[in-house]
Write a protein that binds this ligand. Sequence first.
Ligand code: ATP
Ligand code: MG
Length: 414
Amino acid sequence: MHDVLPEQIPSWRRLESVCRRVLDAYGYREIRLPVLEHAELFERSIGDTSDIVTKEMYTFADRNDERLTLRPEGTAGCVRAVLEHGLLNEGAQRLWYLGPMFRYEKPQKGRFRQFHQIGAEAFGFPGPDVDAELILMSARLWRELGLGGLSLEINNLGQAEARQRYRAVLLEYFSGHLDQLDADSRERQQKNPLRILDSKNPDLQSLILGAPTLDQFLDADSARDFARLREILDANSLEYRVNPRLVRGLDYYNGTVFEWLTDRLGAQSAVCAGGRYDELIAASGGRPAPAVGFAMGLERLIELAGQSTPRPEPDSPHAYLIAVAPEAQTRIMQVAEQLRDRVPGLRLVLNCGGGSFKSQFKKADRSGAAFALVLGETELQNGTVGFKPLRTAGEQQNLPLDQAAAELARHVEL
Ligand code: ATP
Ligand code: MG
């Protein structure tokens, strides 16, 4: 679990603000959800053969012996909130959320125990139009963030009966190669052989590549939806690869699934993943409603952004207030507040803790401020302030407070 230090904050803010703008622009509304939920919520909705539920959840008993889990993902809580507040009674919903997620994983580059996701979910739309919308929206995000080198993989998992038929065929295939399976996969083999396709174990990859694919078993409706989705992506010149082995890590997916991948982050190649989960709302006790969504990993996107665009600079202060009359501290702080009142948006850093004129000037320079403001006894008596540009040539002038405020306001506007 990582601290995000001040020097990294500009990258985070930029990512978050671009995402907010794009999500808003597509009509998705933000929802804020708790970080803790009942453990059963995840066990029920994510599925008991998933990596998350079998080995990645932080679950503990609270003082009342309730089993709680630090959320490992956002969809389950989002569905819970939508049902709890009857949001679907008001019609279909487009929602998004941002926040920390927790998974007990082996920490490595791009894989952490606390990480952040932005997720978008659309409830009540049968698709495939909204599936395409989510994919096009994510593509726009990459463009606006200036991210290159991302590729899109899509697949369709079909409806339950299609997956049932496919499951039988897969079961038979893997049964014939039991000796090649690892312990995890052998366990999944009986419960949900589809999950084996999602294994990251390099030793299993050739076996997985040889497995029969789902497309031959796809039901007619899903095949039609899949063709429509591709048609919309094609019409928008969005490149993709159909990956018939893309199944996604969670058990609740059906129909459209997709993943954005990069080859620039080593083994952790997925930056955004999503798909349709039409059964989850009914399974969670709601009136049946279709659902689709995606989640993206912010740490991986930030790492990627750092490779293609220079790290954004923090906003330096407009002015640094040098206080050379410590006995007049009260007055000085009044002046600082007056300047803040008069100049909306002013970033003014006050020299706290005293120090010689020289050392304060050094701090002013190091702060990156555009101007140093000097307040000594004389200035306080005359209602003026010493005004010195730090980034351009220019002598220190003594300006009435009003005029200094006007100068600063002009600078803030720029
Ligand atoms: P992976 O295959 O990398 O384990 P996943 O299938 O478990 O990913 P999802 O549950 O679909 O991931 O989450 C969506 C996105 O969240 C991922 O594509 C990734 O960018 C990010 N993500 C998932 N787990 C982590 C983690 N432990 N640390 C950092 N980012 C993560
Ligand atoms: Mg994972």
